[in-house]
Design a protein around this ligand. Structure first.
Ligand code: NAD
Length: 292
């Protein structure tokens, strides 16, 4: 079984993005990402720090905007509106979760679709479902890049996606469908999940249920992408990250991703890729207007 090295693939993507950023910067347009953090959730703080550090690695300028935990929804909407109209900001990311007084859906819908680097705006969701471009959510995009590293021709392959969230399960299912796979989307109420998974040539596990997928669910030659990350406490007081698959039982699979070091590094790399894509779209738009 080939272990798909997400960390290495993400590093290669970042190296290529650094070249794209340098080329854009040479034309006078340095991609810029605005990251909005509300409150002081420790996990969100860590994610934001990682994203900001990765931006500087590839030359993307990042700017952080912090609002207090008890801020009003209106304050956040005003900030997003300001970032929407700032021509120097190409990507806007509002770190989730948001405090309970704020309607996250309303905030995500207020982000200009062309700057929605998380790909959660209904316009981008609609574009994904109709195969008409737009910005694609980062984790599903990363899953596809990992699959691309081992699969050339997807046509007719049976893909089973475990989990139907808007962030991972649904968008990755649409991307697999776009590649002409036959896709089964499964979830907590799916009956006979092991039998459905046994028919799969591709499995994307995004349930958040540690070691849900066992070796005897996987047909020989299957490619397994493990999105799940659960922090499991150990008897020695420590903790470790566990995926949705029993990785050590997947010896007969064609390829599989480890946890950690699989999908995780791709998610941030794809956020940077979306920021560069958003900046490039703006640059192309300016060129078109310049020539009009
Ligand atoms: P979610 O809780 O929103 O959705 C989970 C989905 O899995 C639901 O549709 C649910 O019906 C299904 N599910 C849960 N238990 C199941 C079971 N036993 N059998 C079948 N289906 C089951 O979660 P999410 O946001 O989609 O994230 C899923 C996992 O992926 C989590 O572990 C999360 O931490 C991880 N994640 C990782 C990254 C990354 O960058 N690596 C990014 C996003 C999410």
């Amino acid at each position: 079984m080939q272990l798909i090295d997400g960390a290495a693939i993400a590093e290669r993507l970042c190296a290529s993005l650094a070249q794209d950023v340098a080329a854009l910067t040479a034309t006078g347009l340095t991609p810029r990402l605005a990251v909005v953090l509300v409150g002081d959730d420790p996990a969100s703080e860590v994610y934001v720090r990682r994203k900001v550090a990765k931006c500087s690695q590839v030359g993307i300028v990042s700017q952080e905007h912090r609002l207090s935990r008890d801020c009003l929804e209106a304050d956040l909407l005003i900030l997003v509106a300001r970032l929407n109209s700032d021509p120097d900001v190409h990507g806007i990311l509002v770190q989730l979760p948001l405090p309970p007084q704020i309607d996250a859906g309303k905030v995500l819908q207020s982000i200009k679709p062309s700057k929605d680097v998380d790909g959660f705006h209904p316009v981008n969701v609609g574009r994904l479902s109709t195969g008409t471009g737009g910005l694609v959510p980062c984790t599903p995009l990363g899953c596809m890049m990992l699959l691309d590293s081992v699969i050339d021709d997807y046509r007719g392959l049976n893909a089973v996606v475990i989990g139907k969230s808007n962030i991972v399960g649904k968008p990755v299912s649409l991307l697999l469908l776009e590649r002409e796979c036959t896709v089964a989307i499964t979830h907590i109420h799916t009956r006979d999940l092991p039998d459905i998974v046994r028919r799969a040539d591709i499995v994307v596990a995004a349930a958040g249920s540690p070691r849900l997928v066992r070796g005897d669910w996987i047909k020989p030659g299957c490619v397994v992408i493990d999105v799940g990350i659960t922090r499991v406490h150990q008897s020695d007081g420590g903790a470790r990250l566990v995926g949705d698959t029993a990785t050590e039982e997947l010896g007969h699979a064609r390829a599989a991703t480890p946890v950690p070091g699989g999908v995780g590094p791709m998610t941030i790399a794809c956020l940077l890729a979306n920021t560069v894509k958003a900046a490039r779209s703006l640059s192309d738009e300016r060129d078109r207007q310049g020539h009009a």
